[in-house]
Design a binder for this molecule. Structure first.
Ligand code: ADP
Length: 490
């Protein structure tokens, strides 16, 4: 693990005269500056050359830029100015006017060189500071050439992947990190070259062989003529978040399964009725067929008709059992093309006995257009059954009203909306905000997980669910699902 404190404090914050970055270089620079200054001063003050020797102080300022801070360069410029003036006053030149002109030229040159050096130094200090601050980021920043060779590797990348900058540089990024993605790499590169940007998830391997899930954002750097020069990738390790999401998803699936089993228990009478009805019809029709066949003159037509009824009832019983098996199976959701009207019909079939028992009228309104969605049929039935069961229970609480549940389906923009409106007790103002919270219940034997599971199912399908109430006039629970406008061919 590499600590971010290991980085030197940025020169932006340094106010010394000399920036002590590399002591041996600094020593050489200081010695050189002192020696050249001394040589120029001696030549300027003690000889009577007819040239502006002091102009050479410009060289001193240039050399100092290597190691001096902006403040140090400013002070050095001042020292050079003073030495130039001292040499002028010390000079015994007979032609005072010429000496003054040379001194003036030198002072102007020193001032301009000093000003340029200070401003350049300040600019480069700011740039350096920004670069160092950027290096402090916990994101792994990698710069690659277009063909994928690593040219930049910050501390975050070192921390995340384990390779130091020196080890990573010039290696092929995708080979070093064993980059894998659900989108092929050439497709990613094409998108980057077209849009200048790409963002997505990658699987990569660190130096220790650990697999990590990375959220990667790539930007394309182009030169002034628009030619792609480099790729800047900013990477974040999201392995823990993804694992936590997967665990949450697994527990939600488990909870949904438990809730389905509980619901099946509650629907026991309906289910027994659903299975018993066709079984009774099979027995009756089989016996009738036998009677037609045992006649002295067997009536084959009647026997055939009875056997056809046996067959169709057997199919119906099979369908019910299959549906119940699907409900009890603990499987990960399987998305398929569904007509939402068929989902409602199947759910109402399972609820048949409950509806009869609660003496509730189900009134359905459909748009007539096809209402196709992509979804898991068992999970969506679970939502519908949950909402209708809640509606029926709310009607029980509210005696003396009409016992109607209106089920509406319609298109709205790009979604399909399903509304289940009851004439029950309604939702108290104080409960509106917590309706979908886990374990919120106002029922004596309620578990308070039904609506919470409905929400997680609908959100996993890319939709939304909410409840509204007209005080003392019942409640309306609605959910949306993304509409499939183009039905895939099967
Ligand atoms: P449970 O049915 O076990 O209480 P739910 O999560 O399905 O759990 O419902 C939570 C609570 O929301 C219910 O206890 C009830 O107070 C309220 N609620 C749900 N549906 C309705 C409805 N149709 N009318 C009035 N209140 C409702």
């Amino acid at each position: 693990m590499v600590s971010h404190e290991e980085i030197d404090s940025p020169p932006f914050f340094s106010h010394g005269i000399v920036e002590l970055t590399d002591r041996s270089t600094d020593f050489v620079v200081i010695s050189l500056v002192s020696a050249v200054m001394a040589a120029i001063f001696i030549t300027d003050a003690l000889t009577s050359l007819d040239i502006a020797v002091a102009v050479l102080y410009v060289l001193v300022i240039m050399i100092a830029m290597r190691s001096f801070s902006a403040q140090g360069i400013g002070l050095l410029t001042l020292a050079c100015t003073c030495l130039t003036l001292a040499a002028f006053f010390n000079s015994h030149d007979n032609l005072l006017c010429a000496a003054f002109a040379r001194c003036l030229v030198s002072l102007v040159a020193i001032a301009i060189a000093g000003w340029l050096a200070v401003t350049t130094k300040q600019f480069s200090d700011r740039l350096q500071a920004q670069l160092k601050l950027l290096a402090q980021t916990h994101d792994a920043i990698i710069v690659c050439t277009i063909d994928g060779s690593i040219s930049g590797w910050n501390l975050g990348a070192h921390t995340l992947y384990g390779w130091s900058e020196g080890e990573a540089k010039n290696r092929k990024c995708w080979d070093l990190l064993n980059t894998r993605s659900s989108t092929p790499l050439p497709v990613i590169k094409d998108e980057l070259l077209t849009n200048g940007y790409w963002e997505g998830e990658l699987m990569e391997t660190t130096r220790t062989g650990k697999e990590v899930i990375i959220l990667s954002r790539w930007s394309l750097y182009k030169d002034s003529s628009g030619r792609p020069q480099a790729i800047l990738a900013s990477n974040n390790d999201i392995t823990d978040e993804r694992r936590a999401e997967e665990a949450l998803h697994r527990s939600q699936t488990e909870l949904a399964h438990v809730s389905r089993l509980t619901m099946l228990g509650e629907l026991g009478t309906s289910i027994a009725h659903e299975v018993n009805q066709p079984l009774a019809a099979i027995t009756t029709n089989a016996e009738a067929a036998l009677r037609w066949l045992r006649r002295t003159e067997p009536d084959l037509n009647e026997a055939q008709a009875a056997m056809e009824r046996v067959s169709s009832n057997a199919r119906r019983a099979c369908e019910v059992i299959l549906r119940i098996r699907a409900w009890t199976r603990k499987s990960i959701p399987k998305y398929e093309l569904l007509d939402i009207e068929a989902v409602l019909t199947d759910s109402l079939t399972l609820l048949d006995r409950e509806i009869y028992h609660h003496r509730v009228n189900i009134i359905r309104y459909a748009e007539g257009r096809s209402l196709h969605v992509s979804g898991d049929p068992v999970q969506l039935q679970q939502v519908v059954i949950n909402l209708i069961m809640n509606g029926m229970q709310a009607i029980e609480f509210a005696d003396g009203r009409t016992r109607d549940i209106h089920v509406r389906t319609r298109h709205r923009d790009q979604t399909i909306v399903v509304e289940i409106e009851d004439s029950g007790s309604g939702i108290g103002e104080e409960n509106k905000a917590i309706l979908f919270d886990a374990f919120f219940t106002t029922k004596e034997n309620g578990m308070g997980i039904g609506l919470c599971i409905c929400r997680s199912i609908i959100e996993a399908h890319g939709g939304a669910i909410w409840g509204e109430c007209k005080e003392k006039q019942g409640a309306t629970f609605s959910f949306t699902l993304p509409a499939l406008t183009q039905i895939p061919e099967t």
